[in-house]
Design a protein around this ligand. Structure first.
Ligand code: GDP
Length: 387
């Protein structure tokens, strides 16, 4: 499926940059246009893939290119004020060619956290194409302000998009490693999982177009009920990507077919039960999509069907779709599972609770320091101010 990607803030820009790099490695084409929006000049300059003319600096009159700090209310304000600048860049997107917009942002900061929901709302008012969000949650060790920002942004963003795809930095940092040091690897994971999913709906002519190939409408329909979504991915390397299995099929070795079926079914299970972009209870999903990826000879139809049925049972949903994304010459066979409309997400509940605590603590500290300042300055009326 073809997307107009808009990276908002530092994390958003870097992840969109990574999507562009990833797209080249799979020889796919899911990015129609890529735009970066930021209030910090340095962050825009640090991008590598997004064309310079598609980088939009906002909030110049207020913050002079220095960013909004972690103030997401200011991020929202400068976005509202400079929405025409952003629209100017979006005007260059051939909207008739795209299937959807995807607004990408880190939820814990300022510019993306505050600005992404404002932009999503604006895009939805203007265009009939779906507007999806890709929201990145901060790691728990980033501190109260980031958690509070993320909780507020999440609450807003989810209502302004047609579906909010979520990636949780906390679930993805390596043990013992600070998440800030490890963004390179994390961003590649994000680009790979979501990139493969979106590329799957964009199999072009000349590729192995079979009736079981996933179409962009299946991704759109899976996302269409709104709410929040998570993605799982599992893969394994195969020895002979070109025709190894096919030749065995021709010889009629049913055991090989059986092992290909089993492999695909268990890849779908592994994808759904392994590490999701947003960990959740998969039984709470409303809709789902299982995509088999890899060399055409390994995309076992029966395996996908069995995996799809298993997913139906696990989620209790009747809306589970399945299909293929053939990748000729790849050495890996895999499965991507998109679970949409998930509601049992302990991570979000914790985030909200920590944010509420942080808000109360901040209010207490402010009240206390007000009191202490008043008592510090209280001279019992002995010293008069000048004016
Ligand atoms: P902004 O520029 O004001 O929107 O803020 P940032 O994007 O710098 O940071 C917002 C949050 O995004 C941080 O709290 C981190 O959780 C996360 N973050 C920052 N940079 C990256 C990145 O490159 N990758 C990922 N996955 N997360 C990031």
């Amino acid at each position: 499926m073809k997307l107009a990607l808009i990276g908002f803030g530092q994390a958003g820009g870097k992840v969109v940059d990574e999507f562009l790099a990833y797209e080249r490695t799979i020889d796919g084409s899911f990015v129609e246009s890529a735009i970066a929006v930021n209030s910090a000049t340095a962050d825009l300059q640090g991008l590598e893939q997004i064309p310079t003319e598609n980088r939009v600096l906002i909030g110049q009159t207020r913050v002079k290119g220095h960013g909004v700090g972690a103030d997401n209310e200011l991020g929202a304000t400068v976005t509202e004020e400079d929405i025409d600048e952003i629209q100017g860049a979006v005007d260059c997107v051939p909207v008739h060619e795209i299937d959807a917009f995807l607004v990408v942002a880190g939820m814990g900061g300022g510019t993306g956290s505050g600005g992404a929901p404002v932009l999503a709302k604006h895009l939805k008012r203007i265009y009939s194409e779906p507007v999806y969000g890709l929201g990145i949650l901060p790691a728990t060790d980033e501190g109260g302000i980031y958690t509070l920002n993320a909780a507020r942004s999440f609450q807003t963003f989810v209502h302004e998009v047609d579906n909010l795809l979520v990636f949780d930095n906390d679930a993805w940092r390596q043990t013992g490693e600070s998440v800030r040091g490890g963004y390179g690897q994390i961003n590649r994971e994000i680009a790979e999982r979501f990139g493969l999913l979106f590329a799957a709906g964009e199999v072009t002519e000349g590729d192995h177009v079979a009736e079981s190939v996933v179409d962009s409408s299946e991704i759109i329909n899976t996302l269409s009920g709104g709410g929040i979504s998570t993605v799982g991915y599992a893969r394994e390397t195969v020895e002979n990507p070109t025709d190894g299995l096919l030749s065995k099929f021709r010889d009629g070795h049913s055991t090989d077919e059986l092992s290909a079926t089993n492999r695909m079914t268990s890849l779908i299970r592994k994808a759904a039960l392994g590490r999701l972009t947003l960990p959740c209870d998969i039984s709470s999903a409303e809709r789902g999509l299982a995509v088999a990826t890899g060399p055409p000879a390994y995309l076992n139809r029966k395996g996908v069907e069995r995996g799809r049925k298993w997913l139906e049972e696990e989620t209790g949903s009747m809306e589970i779709r399945g299909g293929d994304y053939p990748l000729v010459g790849e050495r890996e066979v895999g499965s991507i599972v998109l679970l949409s409309g998930v509601t049992s997400v302990p991570r979000i509940e914790t985030l909200q609770q920590v944010a509420i605590d942080a808000k109360h603590r901040t209010a207490d500290v402010q009240a206390q320091s007000h009191e202490q300042f008043s008592s510090l300055m209280d001279t019992g009326g002995e010293i008069d101010a000048l004016f």
